[in-house]
Design a protein around this ligand. Structure first.
Ligand code: SIN
Length: 529
C-alpha cells in the first residue's frame, strides 16, 4: 500500500474486509481470523441487525441415519425447477454435517427430543424430517448468538475489528482485482485497502412493500458487485413466503409464520374454510413454496380477498414449540391456539444473486460473495426451505479460507471518487414492485415498471439511506430486465402471459454493468461457469 488518498478522512489496511454481519459474514470472518488474517467487518446496523437473526425454521442438514445426501440433493433440485447447479448442490449439501458440528462446537444449542437426540422437523419440499432448529422457532437468533460470541474472540486474537453503522460505498479494483473499499462511516468517508473483500449483505426484500426481511435488506451487495464488474444471475426468482402474518395496511418487515407450523400439522384455508392447496400438488400444504404462494395468490384473486388463514388450533404445545410465532400473533391480537392466523405471501428470499463458485469466488479476483446475496447454483429457480442457513455456514467458511489466497498481496491505491447513482424514492419503488413484480407478473406490468425506473435521477449518495435507495433502484432494474426476458413460468417466476415452463429457458439469466448500462448476457460469458 502506498500514498495518501485525497478527499477522505481516514485510511486503514486489512487482509480481508467482510461487508455484513449475518451467518455467512461472521463465519467467513472467523475462519479468516483463525488463519491469521486481519479482518475488518463492516455492518450498516448494530450487532445482530441481520436477516439471520430473524430466521425461524432451521437448518436443513442430513441426519446420520434414515436420510442421505442424495435425497437432500434430489429435494433441492426438485424445488429448484431445473435451474440448480447439481454439482454445487451436492458440494454444499455434503458440507452440512461438518458445518453444523462446528457451530454446535461453538456453543449453538439445537432443540432435542425426549430421547436426547437433536429434533428434526419437516418443511415444504423436503421428503423427510430433516430440519434442525433452536429455541423452537428462533434458530437464526441462536446461530447469530453463537457466532457473535465466537467471532469477537477470534477477531480479538488477530487485532481485527468490527465497524458498526458503516456502509460500503464502492469496491475499488484495478486490473489485478480488489484493492480496497470506500466506506461511509460515523468517522466520515474512509478507505480500507484490502486484497480481498466478501459481500455478505443479505437480500433484497425491501424492494417490496411487505417482506420478512429486516430494514437493512436493500440489495447493497448486488449493486456493489455490478459496479465492480461481477455478474449477477437469476434475480427474477424472488421467493415469496406463503405464510406471513397479515395485518391490514402493514408495511416493511412483517412477522413470519414459519413453514414448520405447517410441518407440524397446521392447514391453509380460505375465508370459506376450504383448503387452499387441495388438488394442487401431492405434498398439499407442504408443497414447495412457489407452489403454495401461487395457490394462495390464485385463491385471493378468485375471491377478491387480501389474506387466507392458517389453522394451527389442533397443534399440541404450540406456544412452547413456536414461541416467536406465538408472540408475534399475540402482539397483533390473535391467539393461534384458539383463532385462525390471517396470512398472505410476502417477499422472503432472493434465489438469485452475485455469480460465485461454491467457495464464494466471483469472476473479479479478490471479490467474494456468500449467503443470500450470492448465487452459487444451490437454489435454482426456487430455494428449498432451510437451505439458506446451511449455505451461509458452508460457503461462509470456504470464503474465509479463500481470502487467504490473496493475503499479503500489494494493493494499489486507487482514487476512490464517489459516483453519481440512479435513485428512485423508496415508497414508490416498493409499490411498483409489489403491484407488478410479485408472486405473478406479466409483460405489460414489467414494461411499466421498467419505464418508471428509466426516469431515475442520478446523484452522489451522501447518506446510507441514499445509498440504499440507489442499490434498490439498480437491483430493481436488473430484476425487471431478467423477469421481462424470461418468457416462461418456472419456480418462483410466474408470468401470467407465459404460464408454462419452456425448454428454451432452462438456463440462467446473467446480467452485468457495462459503461453504466445493465446488459443481459449469455451464461457462458460470465467467466465463472
Ligand atoms: C420458515 O421458517 O418458514 C422459513 C425458513 C426458510 O426460509 O428457510
Amino acid at each position: 500500500m502506498t500514498g495518501p488518498v485525497r478527499g477522505i478522512s481516514w485510511e486503514e489496511y486489512a487482509d480481508f474486509v467482510v461487508v455484513g454481519g449475518g451467518v455467512a459474514g461472521l463465519t467467513a470472518a472467523r475462519t479468516a481470523a483463525l488463519r491469521g488474517l486481519t479482518v475488518l467487518t463492516i455492518s450498516k446496523g448494530g450487532p445482530a441487525d441481520t436477516a439471520t437473526q430473524y430466521a425461524q425454521g432451521g437448518i436443513a442438514v442430513v441426519a446420520e441415519s434414515g436420510d442421505s445426501v442424495d435425497s437432500h440433493v434430489a429435494d433441492t433440485c426438485e424445488a429448484g425447477a431445473g435451474l440448480c447447479d447439481a454439482a454445487a448442490v451436492r458440494s454444499i449439501v455434503a458440507g452440512g454435517q461438518s458445518a453444523v458440528a462446528e457451530l454446535a462446537g461453538l456453543g449453538a444449542m439445537f432443540d432435542r427430543g425426549r430421547d436426547g437426540d437433536v429434533s428434526r422437523t419437516r418443511e415444504g419440499g423436503h421428503s423427510t424430517h430433516r430440519i434442525i432448529h433452536a429455541g423452537g422457532d428462533a434458530t437464526g437468533a441462536e446461530v447469530q448468538r453463537a457466532l457473535d460470541t465466537e467471532v469477537q474472540r477470534a477477531l480479538g486474537a488477530t487485532g481485527s475489528s468490527v465497524l458498526f453503522g458503516a456502509a460500503a460505498l464502492r469496491v475499488l479494483t484495478d486490473s489485478h482485482g480488489v484493492t480496497g473499499v470506500l466506506v461511509n462511516s460515523p468517522r466520515g468517508l474512509g478507505v480500507v485497502h484490502c486484497p480481498s473483500l466478501l459481500l455478505a449483505t443479505g437480500g433484497l426484500g425491501q424492494l417490496y412493500a411487505c417482506s420478512t426481511n429486516p430494514a437493512g435488506s436493500t440489495a447493497d451487495g448486488l449493486a456493489l458487485a455490478l459496479d465492480a464488474g461481477a455478474a449477477v444471475a437469476d434475480l427474477e426468482f424472488v421467493q415469496f413466503h406463503p405464510t406471513v402474518l397479515f395485518t391490514p395496511g402493514g408495511r416493511g418487515r412483517r412477522p413470519l409464520i414459519s413453514e414448520a407450523v405447517r410441518g407440524e400439522g397446521a392447514v391453509l384455508v380460505d375465508a370459506n374454510g376450504d383448503s387452499v392447496t387441495a388438488g394442487v400438488h401431492p405434498l398439499g400444504d407442504l408443497a414447495p413454496r412457489d407452489v403454495v404462494s401461487r395457490a394462495i395468490a390464485a385463491r385471493l384473486r378468485a375471491l377478491g380477498h387480501d389474506h387466507v388463514y392458517l389453522d394451527a388450533r389442533a397443534l399440541q404445545g404450540f406456544a412452547q414449540r413456536f414461541p416467536t410465532v406465538t408472540a408475534s400473533c399475540l402482539a397483533s391480537g390473535i391467539d393461534p391456539r384458539e383463532q385462525l392466523i390471517p396470512v398472505a405471501p410476502a417477499a422472503h428470499y432472493s434465489c438469485g444473486g452475485i455469480v460465485t463458485d461454491v467457495s464464494g469466488r466471483t469472476a473479479v479476483p479478490g471479490l467474494l460473495a456468500a449467503g443470500e446475496v450470492a448465487r452459487t447454483g444451490l437454489h435454482g429457480a426456487n430455494r428449498l426451505a432451510s437451505n439458506s442457513l446451511l449455505e451461509g455456514l458452508v460457503v461462509g467458511e470456504r470464503a474465509g479460507a479463500a481470502a487467504v489466497e490473496r493475503s499479503g498481496l500489494p494493493v494499489e491505491v486507487i482514487d476512490p471518487a464517489p459516483q453519481a447513482l440512479p435513485r428512485i424514492p423508496r415508497d414508490g419503488l416498493q409499490q411498483w414492485m409489489t403491484d407488478n413484480v410479485s408472486v405473478v407478473r406479466d409483460g405489460a406490468g414489467l414494461a411499466a415498471v421498467a419505464a418508471e425506473l428509466s426516469t431515475a435521477r442520478r446523484a452522489v449518495p451522501t447518506t446510507i439511506t441514499d445509498l440504499e435507495d440507489a442499490a434498490l433502484t439498480i437491483t430493481a432494474s436488473a430484476l425487471v430486465l431478467a423477469a421481462a426476458a424470461r418468457t416462461e413460468s418456472r419456480g418462483c417466476h410466474t408470468r401470467l402471459d407465459y404460464p408454462q415452463p419452456s425448454s428454451d429457458w432452462r438456463r440462467s439469466t446473467h446480467i452485468r454493468l457495462r459503461d453504466g448500462e445493465l446488459e443481459l448476457l449469455e451464461p457462458q460469458l460470465t467467466g465463472v461457469r
